[in-house]
Design a protein around this ligand. Sequence first.
Ligand SMILES: NC(=O)c1ccc[n+]([C@@H]2O[C@H](COP(=O)([O-])OP(=O)(O)OC[C@H]3O[C@@H](n4cnc5c(N)ncnc54)[C@H](OP(=O)(O)O)[C@@H]3O)[C@@H](O)[C@H]2O)c1
Length: 247
Amino acid sequence: MTLFLLFLLYAVGLSIGLARLGHRAGVPSSGEVPPQNPTRVLIVGATGGTGRQLVAQALELGFTVTALVRNPSRLLADHPRLTVVVGDVLDPTSVEAAMRGQEAVLSALGHKRYFHPTRILSEGTSNILRAVEIHRVRRLVCETSLGIGDSAGRLGLYYTLLVIPLILPFYFLDKTRQERIIAGSKVDWVIVRPGALTNGTKRGRLRHGSSVGSFLGTVRVSRADVAEFMLDQLASNEYLRTAPGVA
Ligand SMILES: NC(=O)c1ccc[n+]([C@@H]2O[C@H](COP(=O)([O-])OP(=O)(O)OC[C@H]3O[C@@H](n4cnc5c(N)ncnc54)[C@H](OP(=O)(O)O)[C@@H]3O)[C@@H](O)[C@H]2O)c1
């Protein structure tokens, strides 16, 4: 019983920490920046679940796509408008090389090193932002997750009390750093916070905004729908400098 109570205290404390450390609303969307219509986009995390959807849908929409990948054989795409740059987001030189000539960046960076304290997301995002500044790229759309900042708890009780405290504390703490680095940058940014991801098809019926998610049940969304929403953010100011949830 004491152990259970201690664990509960830890889980609730972690959730409060994630709420305080992640991005919280406060900088309103600016209508002053005219929405751009980029045609050249860099996709980071292009070999992952969401990343592959981003690549496929961006090509379908007519974008000229550069994919920064560690292992090109995992990309599963080949197209005349697709350029592959082999590199690592933790290597500033390769990020800078991939950023050359881009108008916008989409990041679906993630990893599976759950049980170690890591800075892959935050350090990788810092490298992206440094390259963004050097090459004057205007917009960054980055996928993080419900459950941090002002969406803390919104992945539902199962994630808040079990999955995040037991499996993902280091990962989510790094996501809070990642969000704060983005929010503190000068680029036009949109942070996209999905619920639990599925590999389902695009349903096109997406709920989005700051009140998405549930404190009880787990909300879900397909990677295909998240990718479509992220691509929509390239030419829209609706969520500029905010972090909408999607489910
Ligand atoms: N799973 C969920 O239910 C869930 C819910 C909400 C939010 N999210 C978040 O959504 C994001 C995308 O998730 P996902 O499952 O679609 O993606 P994923 O399959 O985990 O893919 C992650 C991508 O990041 C790349 N990557 C990792 N480290 C890298 C590095 N050092 N340099 C360059 N690329 C690197 C991976 O490349 P490799 O192929 O080389 O490994 C891969 O392309 C993640 O941040 C995840 O935490 C997930």
